[in-house]
Ligand binder design. Structure first.
Ligand code: SF4
Length: 464
């Protein structure tokens, strides 16, 4: 008679709270991937976990408050908490420890190894790891059909309103071979859209002097244009989309425009650029410590559109920066009118603890900041509405994100919520496909645009 085989021990359970931007999300995915690879289970509730990791954001005051609340809630409902992420870097971890002295450990962003070391210390890893439970693409927090691809960490700029460089350090580019291997794994696992993120995508490889890496045995430079070319090729091989975020308008970006797909139905790099302009007044841009040549920027935008008329440009701006006069705000509105951007986000300036801009003279009254932000967004809504109205009657391709049933009985039907190549997930508009029966997330369909509003399109499927 053989002795019954011992059952493997139940895996230790870790709870996870992920806050912040897509870069933080990628950090969360990497930590979750390591946890699963080592045999930890991810608990969906605080009470069901033996320890909780909170990945924080420290970008603006509201994000700091949200992060502190999340830590407090995890401490209250679980008690064993490890803090990571941007807020953890503040004062070398001192800020979080001061607010929540009971946390077990605090690390900064992009610190998978440190977080795992703390997890091992406070909840020792299981003897029998189930590494084979982890899919090759790792654990993704985004819906299965799109994924963020982080190409670098940190930033060499020193914008006066931002404390990211003090939290995340100078630019560190990931090896191009690693980035493309991850991209390939994601695509093979069924991801239909890759979203390239970083603090400054155009600067990719500057820190390593664009050294040559290897991709499938081929030499490839660590450079944004090479990365874009390789991603375009990979995406086309899989009929998937690749999209570039946080692109600064350096001259070499012009080369990337030529790589963008004219027909996105076959996949590839989509004609879309997310370029954070922040302002248009040369004096305010200098105070922000950002390149100050709005005229050249406009020329470049016009040249890009001449080359790729379907190019969609998204940007972000700050209204009410310290010292911004009425005339300078009007310059910003005039720039917006001239640039006719497709998608725009605008923040009312919010002083971030530790940012150099806090010391600038002539702060703008908070009510005026908010009023300028609202005026700016109103102006953009009119631009966006006109640009979208011009698409009514045209045929475009859209990727489905979700479907939902509407109506009852015989009038019951399925509407698909999709995006065109001009829309990034979560931040831009949607395409509502009225006849969405049979569609699934990740499907790319040909549709005719039937209506529009300030942000979104309505459409019906059209024969291929
Ligand atoms: S480019 Fe400026 S705003 Fe962006 S992360 Fe770097 S310092 Fe911050």
């Amino acid at each position: 008679m053989t002795a019954p085989r011992a059952r493997p021990p139940a895996p230790p359970r870790v709870g996870f709270v992920s806050l912040g931007c897509p870069k933080a999300l990628v950090d969360s995915e990497q930590i979750l991937t390591r946890l699963k690879a080592e045999g930890y289970a991810i608990a969906p509730t605080y009470e069901g976990a033996e320890l909780v990791v909170v990945n924080t954001c420290g970008f603006i005051d509201s994000a700091v408050a949200e992060s502190l609340d999340a830590i407090g809630e995890a401490l209250g409902r679980n008690g064993k908490v490890i803090v990571t992420g941007c807020l953890g870097a503040k004062d070398g971890g001192g800020f979080v420890r001061e607010m929540h002295p009971k946390v077990l450990a605090v690390t900064g962003p992009h610190a998978t190894a440190e977080v795992m070391a703390e997890v091992h210390r406070h909840l020792p890893k299981p003897h029998d790891p189930f590494g084979d439970l982890v899919p090759p693409q790792g654990i993704k927090l985004t819906p299965g059909h799109y994924a963020y691809l982080k190409i670098s960490e940190g930033c060499n700029h020193r914008c006066t309103f931002c404390i990211i460089p003090s939290m995340r350090g100078d630019l560190v580019s990931r090896p191009i071979g690693d980035v493309l291997a991850e991209a390939r794994n994601l695509l093979r696992a069924g991801v239909r859209e890759l979203l390239v993120v970083s603090q400054d995508t155009s600067a990719y490889g500057v820190d390593v002097r664009h050294r040559t890496g290897f991709v499938d045995g081929r030499p490839v430079r660590t450079h944004m244009t090479e990365l874009a070319r390789e991603l375009d090729r990979l995406a086309r091989e899989h009929g998937a989309w690749a999209r570039l975020h946080y692109v600064y308008p350096y001259p070499h970006v012009d080369e990337v425009i030529g790589l963008m797909a004219d027909d996105v139905s076959a996949g590839g790099l989509v004609p879309y650029l997310d370029v954070p302009f922040q302002h248009a007044s040369p004096r305010i841009l200098r105070l922000m410590k950002r390149p100050a040549a709005p005229e050249r920027v406009l020329e470049r935008v016009r040249a890009w559109r001449r080359e790729k008329p379907q190019l969609a440009i998204r940007s972000t701006f700050i209204a009410g920066f310290p010292g911004e006069t009425d005339a300078e705000f009007d310059e910003l509105l005039a720039f917006l009118d001239e640039a006719q951007l497709d998608r725009v986000g605008c923040f009312a300036y919010s002083p971030v603890d530790g940012a150099a801009a806090n010391a600038l003279p002539d702060p703008v009254d908070p009510e005026v900041r908010e009023e300028r932000r609202a005026r700016f967004m109103q102006a953009q809504a009119a631009i966006s509405a006109a640009r979208l109205a011009a698409k009514v009657g045209t045929t475009i391709h859209a990727m489905v994100d979700a479907t939902r049933a509407t109506g009852r009985g015989r009038s019951r039907r399925t509407v698909a919520i999709a995006r065109s190549a001009a829309d990034a997930p979560e931040i831009d508009g949607v395409v509502r496909i009225e006849d969405g029966e049979g569609l699934a997330p990740g499907d790319v369909v040909r549709v005719t645009v039937t209506g529009s509003d300030a942000h979104d399109l309505d459409a019906r499927r059209s024969p291929a």
